[in-house]
Design a protein around this ligand. Structure first.
Ligand SMILES: NC(=O)c1ccc[n+]([C@@H]2O[C@H](COP(=O)([O-])OP(=O)(O)OC[C@H]3O[C@@H](n4cnc5c(N)ncnc54)[C@H](OP(=O)(O)O)[C@@H]3O)[C@@H](O)[C@H]2O)c1
Length: 350
């Protein structure tokens, strides 16, 4: 039996002694897909980003997510150099009508750099379609901005993919508010995917209000701060040698412990709700929908069934005003940048 703690809330029901519930749905944008209000980040399920993986548990985790009403599944061609897309193909074949599949182009593991030019995008889309085993991609993101290509040109070729029926909706990752508006003037942008969590709030200044004004949804990535907000990463010491967090400023040079030490209010609020820190971190992100007036669909990633249930439970928790006030100062106290090279992020170009 999976042992998880769930907060009481709408949609929860007890079946056979196990906590089971189905997430509400939210429409990503006008004319866009209805998706479960929390999605699933597949990046780490069969790749080495956050430690070793188990294919059978990963497949079970995908099925568990879907059974909870999680329908937006996120991958990218760069994850495992195509292996993550390939891993999702059988799952998609079994559940094509129930899943909204999102993938991305622009980061290439074979040649370092960022690529947004038309020829690259057309070829990347064909590769992703083939690896995913689908005839269209539901949501296709530009993963990172190549500043040598005008964003209007990039959006134009992405729009051609929509016209050709190869892509249904367009998204952009780590764009500035100006880049989002420029791309949106060429073709509606259904979603911006950028890092957003209790520890990473830089996009609240420009990108989120711009998305709200345009009717674009926000899909927060790394909503658990790459694990630190769960309390399960007290230091780098417990992580495997190949874990990407060894090279990330928020975990290196002692910042791992300093940031872990910021979690006291999160733990206390979690205890008051009989919940976990991960659930409170996700519940906080869900409150952003009303604060900013736009759909917010976080995509936490995990390799395990138990944690996918736990994380989905975060969408059922309602936080009080005084709890939100206690969580508000955390982001300003975080040690270290999100990335070693912030020019790849919206904050680095704004
Ligand atoms: N657009 C972009 O540039 C970009 C960048 C990064 C990520 N993404 C997307 O966003 C998704 C999510 O981001 P992320 O995976 O970087 O970070 P995340 O969701 O913030 O954190 C994932 C980490 O937290 C751990 N974790 C998850 N739930 C947990 C729980 N309840 N308790 C304890 N630990 C838990 C996971 O380990 P376990 O597997 O052991 O649970 C994993 O190490 C990715 O899968 C990817 O699809 C996009």
């Amino acid at each position: 039996m999976l042992n998880v703690t769930l907060a009481a809330g709408a949609g929860r029901r007890q079946l056979g002694g196990m906590n089971e519930f189905t997430l509400d749905k939210v429409r990503l944008c006008a004319g866009g897909p209805m998706v479960g209000r929390q999605g699933f980040g597949a990046m780490g399920i069969n790749t080495a980003y956050y430690g070793r993986t188990d294919a059978s548990e990963a497949r079970a985790t995908l099925e568990q997510a879907l059974s909870l009403g999680i329908t937006l599944f996120d991958t990218a061609d760069a994850y495992g150099n195509g292996a993550n897309e390939e891993f999702l193909a059988p799952f998609l074949a079994a559940h094509r009508d129930d899943v909204t599949i999102a993938t991305k182009f622009g980061l290439d593991n074979e040649k370092p750099g960022i690529f947004n030019d038309p020829a690259y995008i057309r070829a990347a889309a064909e590769r992703s379609l083939r690896r995913l085993g689908v005839d269209h991609i539901d949501l296709y993101y530009m993963h990172r901005r190549d500043v040598s290509v005008p964003i209007e040109e990039t959006a134009g070729v992405m729009a051609e993919l929509v016209t050709a029926g190869k892509v249904l909706h367009l998204g952009l990752s780590e764009v500035t508010a100006d880049e989002l508006r420029a791309a949106h003037s060429i073709h509606p942008i259904a979603a911006v995917q950028s890092e957003w969590s209790l520890f990473s709030r830089d996009i609240e200044t420009g990108v989120v209000p711009a998305a709200a004004a345009l009717g674009t949804a926000l899909v927060p990535y790394s909503p658990l701060g790459r694990g630190v907000l769960t309390g399960a990463v007290p230091s780098l010491q417990g992580l495997e040698a190949g874990d990407v967090r060894h090279a990330m400023p928020r975990f290196a040079g002692g910042n791992d412990r300093a940031n872990h030490d910021l979690l006291a209010p999160l733990r206390e609020i979690a205890a008051a709700h009989e919940a976990t820190p991960a659930q409170i971190a996700l519940a906080w992100l869900h409150t952003r929908q009303d604060v900013f007036g736009l759909p917010v669909v976080p995509i936490p990633g995990t390799r395990s069934r138990g944690r996918v249930i736990e994380n989905a439970g975060g969408a059922l928790i309602t936080l009080a005003a005084d709890e939100l006030a206690r969580l508000d100062p955390l982001a300003a106290q975080v040690a270290g940048d999100r990335y070693a090279d912030m020019s790849f992020t919206s904050a680095g170009r704004e």
